[in-house]
Design a protein around this ligand. Structure first.
Ligand code: 5GP
Ligand code: ZN
Length: 114
């Protein structure tokens, strides 16, 4: 998708600290981390938000959660716990219109969100 910053990270047009990649997804460090561990997991295909997920995307969405689990283990945050966040739309706080899942950990996270 032209002008999509996460598509550009996927295609390596702009740099990111990529920590994991396979044929379906890319995971990279958030440029503005809000926790000691703050990574973003995105599908390589452009999906704008949860609202745009189709039945045909089931495999990649499922796969994203498997990679969340793998990376949480690899990053050592499973024992104390962690959070997976998806923001959707304006009120949800979505600022990049390419679906992404934040994995946050390394400190005690508060609830409810602001
Ligand atoms: P959202 O607010 O849409 O849920 O999350 C977007 C996230 O993307 C934010 O946490 C923001 O810091 C991160 N972000 C925005 N632009 C870039 C970028 O160019 N590189 C990286 N690594 N993260 C970015
Ligand atoms: Zn995109």
């Amino acid at each position: 998708m032209p002008d999509c910053i996460f598509c550009k990270i996927v295609s390596k047009e702009i740099p990111a600290s990529i920590i994991y990649e396979n044929d379906k997804v890319v995971a990279f460090k958030d440029i503005n981390p809000v926790a000691p561990v703050h990574i973003l997991i995105v599908p390589k295909q452009h999906i704008s938000s949860v609202l745009e997920i189709e039945e045909s995307d089931t495999d990649v969405i499922h796969h994203i959660f498997m990679i969340c689990k793998k990376l949480a283990k690899d990053l050592g945050i499973t024992e104390n716990g962690f959070r997976i966040v998806n923001n959707c739309g304006h009120d949800g706080g979505q600022t990049v219109d390419h679906i992404h899942f934040h994995v946050l950990g390394g400190r005690t996270l508060t609830w409810p969100p602001g």
